[in-house]
Design a protein around this ligand. Structure first.
Ligand code: CA
Length: 227
């Protein structure tokens, strides 16, 4: 498959197990065990994906993530966060991470997540781009959404869903496709999850959520973003 992964992790045991497993899956793996060397290595730009631990000596994973994005580096980043660090996960996504898994993680889940990130097509909307439609505006870099000039409080998932809609505006998107690409794994049982998040997004974005102008229902098929 010829994909190169940078693994930044300071726990020697985990670094070893994880890099062995990734190599046995056919990936080329380079490692770094502190923040500054991880940042230097990642900035070479030769990686297809970066696995980044949050708690690192020298410079934390969140700072490394933010610095890379500020340098214009768009390599997909999968963060490793400790159990219960909700703040880190939300902040990580806000700072530009693409996904996260919580330690201790299931190896198969981690592999599925990183495969999903590696399959993702190159971003059609650049990290600094913004998007305007009707009375709402989205800034992808700062992950901020405004409606009528007021900031909307969107969860990280709602924002990812909105971004996916905008990137695929005009296309009919099935619930399964949305689950796979926004939630990042294939076997999630409840497609209703999508409906719930769409309803929340409509509440926030649409002037009349019962008669949506932007996120349209395509009967029997899924949703389409009119933009
Ligand atoms: Ca650590």
């Amino acid at each position: 498959m010829d994909k190169t992964i940078l693994l930044v992790e300071d726990e020697p045991g985990l670094l070893l197990t994880l890099s062995d497993r990734l190599r046995s899956e056919g990936y080329t793996v380079e490692t770094a065990s502190d923040g500054p060397s991880g940042l230097t290595e990642a900035a070479t730009g030769k990686y297809d994906l970066i696995i980044l631990d949050v708690m690192l000596p020298g410079k934390g994973g969140l700072d490394v993530c933010r610095d890379l994005r500020q340098q214009g580096n768009t390599t997909p980043i999968l963060m490793l966060t400790a159990r219960g660090q909700v703040v880190d996960r939300v902040l990580g996504l806000k700072l530009g991470a693409d996904d996260y898994v919580t330690k201790p993680f299931d190896m198969l889940e981690l592999l599925a997540r990183l495969e999903a990130l590696l399959r993702r097509p190159a971003q059609t909307v650049g990290p600094s781009a913004s998007y305007q439609l009707g009375d709402f505006r989205v800034d992808f870099r700062s992950t901020t959404v405004w409606r009528d000039g007021k900031t909307l409080a969107l969860s990280a998932r709602e924002f990812q869903l909105l971004r996916y809609f905008i990137e695929h505006r005009g296309e009919t998107l099935s619930r399964e496709e949305l689950l796979r690409n926004v939630w990042g794994y294939e076997a999630m049982p409840a497609t209703r999850t999508v409906d719930v998040h769409v309803a929340w997004l409509r509440q926030k974005l649409e002037a009349d959520p019962k008669r949506p102008r932007f996120i349209l229902t395509v009967q029997g098929l899924g949703y389409r973003f009119a933009g």
